[in-house]
Design a binder for this molecule. Structure first.
Ligand SMILES: NC(=O)c1ccc[n+]([C@@H]2O[C@H](COP(=O)([O-])OP(=O)(O)OC[C@H]3O[C@@H](n4cnc5c(N)ncnc54)[C@H](O)[C@@H]3O)[C@@H](O)[C@H]2O)c1
Length: 411
């Protein structure tokens, strides 16, 4: 899916949710624009003595409920439309999950694979210097997203603290644990998805024994690992190079080792190579797209054979595809709910750093479970009340919560 289409499909779901909830036209108009978009160009010193200009941005969508919150993406294919749409999804996600945050997103347009570690550090530090005027612990709190590691977040924290001249751990989340990060952040998206899946299984009485996972990075890799440890059968996984399949279940730790050694999941000796299309069309209990936006659309929704779809990536299923799947009795857990565990635990990290008292892993896990189950119930109830699929219900609940906050502010 092209980024313009992702942006358009985000506006479509905002518009149709407002219509469904009977929300006044002016709120739909307000929510269809980001409040602020900062585009920056900054020079980075390269190891060969030259400089390179880096273009980056920060999109801030809506802050009626609290400070903007959103990750930073790094990559040469990052675009303004993609980052803007993702800032909108963040507002809706935070509102749906009951967090006191608005939504934002950042993007750094650079080929991270072609940078040395020192160059990457200078790119990350430069980004913080460039967006400094629009971020702050009660203004906009960044976090990692694709291709941004906890180490990179550590550099960003350090750069901000150098600028302000004092410690400020609550300026950014996703930090290494030894630098004010929180226990459980790296597996938070995966655990959040699993807690939601457990509710789906309990309430809708569906089977969750076999899994196919698209993407084998932070999110896809960690859910595969957890499911494997729980004794579930992860029969297929893929990355950008293709996928692998084993009907009896893949040995995930061995596959991780294979990917580390070869750079790809393909060619794993205890499995058969498959394409990403084959993975999406697999007959499994749960299909978890955990790579990119726009992978299930009206063009391939008819070919999906999973019993449920856990949308761990941002925007992997569009509204039309979700309707088609719903009509075929396939349960779609929307992204704003399924991958919400990441921002929930980011919120715990922010709260921990503002409080100055470390949370235990057990406290993180118990609180995450509570938030995810409560959010699932609100979506499930809205789905029944409005007689719509869970995808539309989730956006509807999030947007209603934002609009209530705007009304309380007399916007
Ligand atoms: N990391 C987080 O905390 C977090 C939180 C919420 C949502 N998300 C979303 O989850 C998704 C994945 O994020 P991540 O942090 O795991 O990124 P990542 O960069 O660690 O991993 C992405 C994975 O997807 C694979 N991939 C890329 N393009 C692909 C394609 N066309 N087909 C199949 N596989 C492909 C990559 O090879 C890699 O294995 C993104 O949509 C991101 O916005 C991430």
């Amino acid at each position: 899916m092209k980024d313009e289409d992702f942006y358009k499909s985000t506006l479509d779901i905002i518009g149709s949710s407002c219509e469904l909830a009977g929300i006044e036209e002016r709120y739909r108009t307000i929510l269809s624009y980001p409040r602020r978009k900062l585009i920056v160009n900054y020079p980075v010193h390269m190891d060969d003595g030259g400089i390179r200009m880096i273009t980056a941005l920060r999109a801030q969508h809506n802050d009626a409920l609290g400070p903007y919150k959103g990750g930073i993406r790094l990559g040469c294919s990052v675009t303004e439309e993609e980052v803007t749409a993702l800032s909108m999804l963040m507002s809706i996600k935070c509102a749906l999950l009951g967090l006191p945050y608005g939504g934002s997103k950042g993007g750094i347009i650079a080929n991270h694979k072609a940078l040395s570690k020192k160059e990457l550090e200078r790119v990350c530090r430069g980004y913080i210097r460039a967006i400094y005027p629009v971020i702050g612990p009660t203004l906009d709190v960044p976090a990692p997203d694709m291709n941004v590691s906890p180490e990179a977040i550590g550099w960003m924290l350090d750069e901000y603290e150098r600028m302000v001249g004092h410690h400020q751990l609550d300026i950014i989340t996703g930090k290494p644990v030894e630098l004010g990060g929180i226990k459980g952040r790296t597996t938070a998206v995966a655990w959040g998805g699993i807690f939601v899946m457990e509710e789906v299984k309990r309430i809708h009485n569906c089977d969750c024994s076999t899994f196919a996972i698209q993407g084998f990075g932070n999110v896809g890799g960690s859910i595969a690992q957890i499911l494997h440890e729980k004794g579930r059968r992860v029969v297929a996984v893929s990355d950008s190079t293709g996928g692998v399949y084993n009907e009896s279940g893949l040995n995930i730790p061995a596959l991780m080792y294979h990917k580390e050694e070869t750079g790809s999941v393909k060619g794993f000796d205890k499995a058969r190579d498959i394409t990403n299309e084959e993975l999406l069309e697999m007959d499994v209990d749960v299909l978890a797209p955990a790579a990119r936006e726009g992978v299930i659309t009206a063009a391939n929704a008819d070919k999906i054979h999973a019993r449920s779809v856990l949308s761990l990536a941002n925007g992997p299923v569009d509204m039309r595809a979700s309707e088609i799947l719903h009509d075929r009795d396939i349960i779609v857990i929307p992204d704003v709910l399924a991958n919400g565990g990441g921002v929930v635990v980011s919120y715990f990290e922010w709260a921990q750093d503002r409080e100055g008292y470390g949370w235990s892993g057990a406290k993180v896990s118990a609180n995450l479970k509570d938030v995810m189950k409560k959010a699932f119930r609100s979506v499930n109830d809205a789905s029944k009340d409005y007689k719509v699929d869970m995808y539309r219900a989730a956006y509807l609940v999030g947007i209603k919560n934002i609009v209530q906050a705007m009304k309380a502010r007399s916007v």
